[in-house]
Design a protein around this ligand. Structure first.
Ligand code: GLU
Length: 509
């Protein structure tokens, strides 16, 4: 028989924007599915209506699409296991919760909010280790374990509000295998009787998640470490239903750059980097949070960076295309301990990707910026500029600051440098330089460099004195690529004009 087809899912709750940790979870699932020729499913877990944010679903899909993470089944793709939005599966869950009541794995509870509050207060006063609804209190509450069966039936048929709770077994060691953590063993005495089905007719996360994973034939549950505390309950649910458990893998947390705690939106705000894949505008407050897409990251660089937050290939190679990630990925190489987020490394990845882009692509991305500034230049010229400056940039949005002088003469000169470098004898030296340059017919970088250097030596003018003033005239600041490459590109006439303007403007301060 064929081995069972691998089916994994990403199951976000649409309660707000997707954190980059969520994108990493989706990515690992995607890589795992693709690597094993399996199926990848997007399921929207929207049973918590109080926290539901309508804009979030579209945001999640747009983010993943931008990152190049695609699904085989889902709310957009459809599929044989749909619907893929839990709110549309509402009718499915009650029967499963009820199925657990009969053999005694779950029970109806009718406690009012007031009664629950009283219970919590009492447990707090007693300083009980476990202050929630569970073994210690369940027999003193209003539920189908304490009420006569006729009373229960009467309350239900009268439409009294109720929930269905899981009856946590007493003092049992639950042993579950996690692909990343090995055996996880939890004693049930630390766990409470979680609600599975709510009085609003909706399942809770726990029930819906397990029922859907089962019905959708999910073989591997790969999700964030924050769900590890739910694992014993989930395993018990599978066992109570008599269903096969999927294999579990709980991914390590993404940590703050200093390693102290989980990476949050506040860290991003405080330290100045995005924690969301694409820009998010909060529909209520109108607050805009930055995204990697809008910060000019290449999706490939973003994904490559994320892949390495928790996984490594076991080799020195750091740059991976999506295809390479798919073939190199394995759950066995995902670590247990949290990964510190490092924005410098994210920029490094983008820098590397930028160097690898075909030059036509960089030209295409730079052109709109130039157009906005009403600058006309041929593709060939822009392409030469991009080639010269790309090494000095991490992002296409840094191109203009590193290359404006290829398109226009400096509007101003960096005054700090002028003060330091523009001496009384500089105009004379610069005039001498114009004469040397004017005499060169074939104005290539090599020719001008050779001639100017020979002249500096002959005149003993000093390399620094000449080159700094030269750069000031042509660029307006101490930046940019090799001087002789710059002037070869802007041409002899423009170079001479700039030196002359520099002499005029910087001498008459
Ligand atoms: N809806 C849960 C979430 O928001 C799914 C967790 C899981 O993958 O089981 O992450």
């Amino acid at each position: 028989m064929d081995p069972k087809q691998i089916r994994v899912r990403f199951a976000p709750s649409p309660t707000g924007p997707l954190h980059i940790g969520g994108v990493r979870t989706a990515l690992y699932n995607y890589l795992f599915a693709r690597k094993h020729g399996g199926k990848f499913i997007l399921r929207i877990e929207d049973t918590d209506r109080a926290r539901f944010v309508p804009e979030a679903e579209k945001y999640i899909m747009e983010s993943l699409e931008w990152a190049g993470i695609s699904f085989d089944e889902g709310i957009r793709e459809g599929g044989a296991f749909g619907p893929y939005r839990q709110s549309e599966r509402k009718g499915i869950y009650r029967q499963y919760a009820e199925k657990l009541v009969e053999p005694g794995h779950a029970y109806y509870a009718f406690d009012t909010p007031g009664e629950l509050e009283k219970m919590r207060k009492k447990l707090e006063e007693q300083k009980a280790a476990n202050s929630s609804y569970g073994i210690a209190v369940r027999m003193s509450m209003t539920n189908s374990l304490t009420l006569p069966p006729e009373d229960v039936a009467q309350r239900i048929s009268a439409g009294n509000p109720y929930v269905i709770r899981f009856k946590m077994p007493n003092n049992q060691d639950i042993k579950i295998f996690d692909e990343i953590r090995n055996w996880v063993i939890v004693n049930t005495s630390t766990l409470d009787d979680k609600v599975l089905f709510k009085s609003d007719g909706m399942p809770t996360y726990h029930l819906a998640n397990i029922v859907d994973d089962h019905l959708m034939e999910i073989t591997h549950v790969i999700r964030g470490e924050e769900w590890l505390p739910s694992l014993p309950l989930h395993a018990l649910l599978y066992r109570s239903f008599g269903w096969d458990e999927p294999q579990f893998a709980h991914l390590p947390l993404l940590l703050k750059p200093d390693g102290k705690g989980k990476l949050s939106k506040r860290d991003g705000d405080r330290l100045g980097f995005p924690v969301f894949p694409i820009e998010w505008k909060d529909p209520k407050s109108g607050e805009v949070s930055p995204g990697y897409r809008e910060s000019d990251f290449f999706p490939g660089a973003f994904v490559n960076m994320l892949a390495f937050l928790g996984w490594n290939p076991g080799t020195e190679q750091e740059l991976f295309s999506m295809e390479e990630l798919i073939s190199a990925f394995s759950i066995n190489r995902v670590g247990k301990s949290g990964s510190r987020f490092d924005f410098e490394k994210a920029k490094w990845y983008n820098h590397q990707y930028l160097q690898l882009q075909p030059i036509e692509d960089l030209v295409a991305q730079y052109k709109p910026v130039l157009k906005e500034k009403n600058i006309e230049a041929t593709d060939d010229y822009i392409s030469k500029v991009c080639t010269l400056i790309k090494e000095r940039t991490n992002f296409v949005n840094e191109f203009w600051g590193q290359s404006y002088f290829f398109f226009e003469a400096p509007k101003e000169y960096d005054q700090k440098v002028v003060k330091k470098r523009w001496k009384e004898n500089t105009p004379g030296i610069m005039t001498g330089l114009t004469e040397v340059l004017r005499a060169i017919d074939n104005f290539t970088s090599e020719n001008t460099e050779k001639a100017v250097k020979a002249w500096i030596e002959e005149k003993e003018a000093g390399m620094g004195a000449v080159m700094n003033a030269f750069r000031l005239c042509v660029v307006g600041a101490m930046k940019g690529p090799h001087m002789f490459d710059i002037i070869a590109l802007i041409g002899k006439e423009e170079t001479l004009l700039r030196i002359e303007a520099g002499i005029r403007r910087m001498s008459n301060r």
